[in-house]
Design a binder for this molecule. Sequence first.
Ligand code: WT7
Length: 574
Amino acid sequence: MGQVHSEILPGRVQNANMTDYSRAVSEFRWEDVEKEFSWFHTGKVNMAHEAIDRHVAEGRGAATALIYSDSAREERYTFADLQERSSRFGNVLRKYGIGKGDRVFIFMPRSPELYFSLLGVLKVGAVVGPLFEAFMETAVKDRLEDSGAVALVTTPELLKRVRHEELPELRHIIVVGAKADPEHGILSYEEETAAAAAELEPEWLTLEDGLIMHYTSGSTGKPKGVYHVQRAMIQHYYTGKIVLDLRPDDVYWCTADPGWVTGTSYGIFAPWLNGVANVVRGGRFSPQDWYKTIERFAVTVWYSAPTAFRMLMGAGLSSLQGIDLSSLRHVLSVGEPLNPEVVRWGDKIYNQRIHDTWWMTETGAQLICNYPGMDIKPGSMGRPLPGIEAAILDDRGNELPPYSMGNLAIRTPWPSMMGTIWNNKAKYDEYFRIPGWYISGDSAYMDDEGYFWFQGRIDDVINSSGERIGPFEVESKLIEHPAVAEAGVIGKPDVLRGEIIKAFISLREGYLPSMELKDEIAAFVKAGLSAHAAPREIEFKDKLPKTRSGKIMRRVLKAWELHLPAGDLSTIED
Ligand code: WT7
């Protein structure tokens, strides 16, 4: 990967607090963070205990923990309330023999019950797997099957997408908002929790025991189950403090759904480990609704994503009419590159500098960030946190000097690093192919002050509106459609969404290209996988470029799309 021409790059300004940063880095010890956990003294580990029960035990039980609202409900729960609700649910799981190490999945829209049950799963030492509500049949089945989930918490509507008869390991289904149906093995959340005891002694674990699984996409194969362990809490807590800058009186809002890692690491763990009031807004995105949420609950710290900020920017000043956002003290972003233009707009509109943060499902928590007290260079992801070492490596693992583009890599280990990829040690090992380093799959460069600048993905992974989509999963679904002979899927640059999914398709004999067919094929993917995995653009081709071994060359499709030279074609079929 080539040397970037340094004159044209931002980031060469003098940084006044460089010495403070160097000192923070050299004096940092993870052990100082660990000392703040109860297990440091007792040896008894459980995330739900540290995030919830511990606050009650230490006299903060009456503090607000959860502020939930949607168009139909508005409810507040204290830490004591969450302790009780999660204990009841934990007792339900124990009654059915579910405990340490079992995988329990939760498939439902945001609601207080989602949070109660997630904490209850953790209390009994089981590993929780939250699934995004937009997943359709195939996506749900793939994940439940691969994880060997023994129980599922869901709602009556979403239950229709669960093919439980095809999932022999799935022994218990607990439905929120329904009566029990013993004949079909359905338990009622309400009936069961009402009958359960309100106290529960958590299952005591070690730092290496399981915590949570999130499925995420790579460029090949089905989504992989990223398995995190209890140890991650050290970093959730620490980054909550130094990056989110959480303080006891804050009202914090992370807009991500718990179906994605941001919605758990930063929508559950970081705020509650820090004992802070956590706002959850159900329902769909709308600029008016979001601004009203900030105003109504006087949100002080707000963590969202570039796509959302771009949509808010697009909604213009009228969406801000009569709205008071002066409660905001700190605004952060994650998921995709944060455009400097958006940062400057935030300066003006929110009177806040939007702080970009970089991390991944696999890393479990933030690693490279703009955090309070440092100079922000718009367009940069920031600097590695004290305790984290990042570098740019060439493909052989040599560290490259500033302004050279290469593989963004992190020195192993760090507390929230994934424990494994479920059922797929080979995939896990690929990330660690260079001894001593985790290879992220992103390309970036570092400037001469240690700021990192994102350049792109090295593989074919698509990032649309901050959601990570594997082209293979979409292609596999496309070729299940009777009209589709072959399909190749790429990310096409898009101003609002970062990238959109574009599919190149060759049709089977007897099918003719038409607009209706495009719509039908897109709807087919939407119904089978999810709306965010459906191609927004489809182009029919007589033939797709393939290697001699039959692999569709997405790189060539992308070059077609961008009108760029296709590069090395020596392996192409003809
Ligand atoms: C990929 C990880 C864990 C956060 C949610 C996304 C991209 C993430 C940034 C950023 C540019 C970013 C990377 C990364 N990404 N944050 N600040 N600037 N790109 O998690 O779904 O696991 O995706 O998102 O490409 O590898 P994810």
